[in-house]
Design a protein around this ligand. Structure first.
Ligand SMILES: CC(C)(COP(=O)(O)OP(=O)(O)OC[C@H]1O[C@@H](n2cnc3c(N)ncnc32)[C@H](O)[C@@H]1OP(=O)(O)O)[C@@H](O)C(=O)NCCC(=O)NCCS
Length: 390
């Protein structure tokens, strides 16, 4: 083994990446399609590899995502496809690669990075912590069919949507997430929404303040996304999907546990519902805090001591000031009352984990008496979730 080096993956190395992926995840998908998507990461240095001499032995890519936090958009580097060739595992190659990924996120100006972990150990060592979940629920189709009220519906106009509705879908989603102060969901690029709407296997409908996209999955139905700004629209859109109940017995849907559908359907979601947890890390603490929204009317003035061995720019003594829905993190003198956190505690705090949980895991120590409830009030809010895997 010569000295291992981190490189930006080049076009001619894609076959090697494909082979390491096959050894890591199994053979899956179409190689040409995968290469096409991989090129979009190569063009601006978001596909990283590790080489031993000329041989590519590990790779990871970074999606240029944006996430809603407190109802505001925060850029996030979504890490995916982390793979190390089997014969190179267990000797720090994954860690070397992930350190380079963190630096790419910093260089590209993503205040946050997130990922779905196959193993937590590697990512926790580098400062990631669980922050939210992707929930999949399965409903009885017959339950959804009757949500619209009478057999003539509830009077809400619902029409078929097409490619030209991409901007409208994005506007409706943005409005809903701003109003709900959503934490976690991704903001899709317009091109992705257009290709969704063009795809003949997706069925898209739009109402005045909402939309749904769904499709067949085996002999059942699956909702990709449903946004509704009112009870009437929620009922009308779910009932549109449920109208397939003569063929489909169930409808699966990714939605958060507090989605109104859970309080509208007669029977609770079926037992085979599941969740998949994702991890978060703050890359640039001042930018991440300034970028997210906070509840109106809550205030916090507190000192923080952050120790971040991987990203030393976050390390230091800070003052966190939150009011009027916004935060600022500014450098200050050390304080005995500072709440002490590392990157994992900071990520979990950012995502709304209660202080009692953070203290119970040792991820947070110190802090002024009585400040915990103030932290809970400002960072609490709807539980962080995502609808998309990446
Ligand atoms: C997961 C993977 C990327 C780790 O790469 P690696 O080069 O072996 O990682 P490192 O040697 O840098 O290990 C870093 C830490 O993670 C731990 N670790 C690595 N793989 C682990 C596993 N499968 N389960 C538990 N811990 C693991 C190591 O023990 C080490 O912790 P330690 O220092 O406390 O001992 C590699 O095993 C792999 O490619 N697996 C298959 C694909 C996959 O699961 N990718 C992750 C997708 S999210």
């Amino acid at each position: 083994m010569t000295e291992l080096r981190v490189v930006e993956v080049a076009e001619e190395q894609l076959d090697s990446v494909w082979q390491v992926r096959a050894r890591s995840f199994g053979m899956g998908g179409d190689r040409d399609e995968w290469k096409k998507s991989a090129r979009s990461f190569i063009v601006d240095g978001r596909y990283l590899g590790v080489v031993d001499g000329d041989e590519l032995v590990a790779a990871a890519r970074v999606w240029p995502h944006e996430q809603w936090w407190g109802g505001r958009r925060v850029p996030m580097g979504g890490v995916a496809g982390v793979v190390v060739a089997p014969e190179y595992r267990g000797r720090g190659v994954g860690s070397l690669l992930m350190r380079a990924v963190l630096n790419v996120c910093a260089e590209k100006g993503y205040p946050l990075t997130a990922l779905y972990p196959a193993t937590t150990v590697l990512y926790r060592h580098l400062g990631y912590e669980f922050a939210g979940s992707r929930h999949l629920y399965t409903f009885e189709a017959a339950d959804l069919r009757t949500l619209g009220g009478t057999s003539r519906g509830n009077g809400t106009a619902v029409r078929r949507a097409g490619r030209d509705d991409a901007d409208l879908f994005l506007e409706l989603a943005a409005k809903a997430h701003e109003t709900r102060r959503s934490n976690g969901p991704l903001i899709w690029p317009r091109t992705e929404v257009e290709s969704w709407l063009e795809d003949e296997s997706n069925f898209a409908y739009v109402a005045e303040d909402g939309f749904v996209v769904y499709k067949w999955k085996d002999r059942n139905l699956a909702v990709e996304e449903l946004i509704a700004g009112s009870e009437e629209t929620a009922r009308a859109l779910w009932a549109t999907v449920g109208s397939g109940a003569s063929i489909a017995k169930t409808v699966e849907a990714c939605c958060p546990p507090f989605d109104p559908i859970h309080l509208l359907v007669e029977h609770e979601a079926l037992g085979k519902s599941w969740q998949n947890r994702w991890m978060l890390r703050l890359v640039d603490a001042p930018a991440a805090l300034a970028g997210r929204g906070f509840p109106d009317g809550v205030v916090l003035e507190a000192d923080l001591r952050i120790d971040d061995p991987e990203l030393p720019a976050n390390t230091g003594d800070w003052h966190l000031s939150i009011s009027d829905g916004s935060a600022s993190l500014t450098a200050r003198e050390p304080s005995d009352d500072a709440l002490r956190v590392g990157p994992r505690g900071l990520a979990a705090l950012y995502a709304g984990t209660p202080l009692a949980t953070l203290r119970g895991t040792g991820l947070v120590t110190g802090g002024a008496a009585l400040a915990d409830s103030a932290f809970d009030a400002v960072f609490g809010g709807p539980a962080a979730y995502m609808l998309d895997d990446f």
